[in-house]
Design a protein. Structure first.
Length: 83
């Protein structure tokens, strides 16, 4: 089985699949409300000048997440190569 990594470690432009969201209930509700669910494809597209927050493309919508929140979202690569 392929190793899961936090969303915050994915390089810009690399598409991944959300496998698990492990956070407190209030943050999980917010993440789900933004359309990020297990099985969704997500791609980091750009970051602020200091690298936090990062904008992600998920279901053709741009969503900004702080690094501390994206650390709770575990993803796997779409292709066979590693990140």
């Amino acid at each position: 089985m392929e190793e899961l990594i936090p969303l915050s470690k994915v390089p810009m432009g690399k598409s991944v699949i959300i496998e698990a969201i492990n956070c407190r209930k209030s943050l999980m509700k917010r993440i789900y409300d933004m359309g990020m669910t297990e099985g969704s494809k997500i791609t980091p597209v750009f970051s602020s000048p200091f690298g936090n927050p990062v904008a992600y493309d998920v279901k053709n919508t741009l969503i900004a997440l702080r690094k501390k929140d994206s650390n709770h979202i575990l993803v796997r690569c779409l292709d066979e190569g590693s990140i």
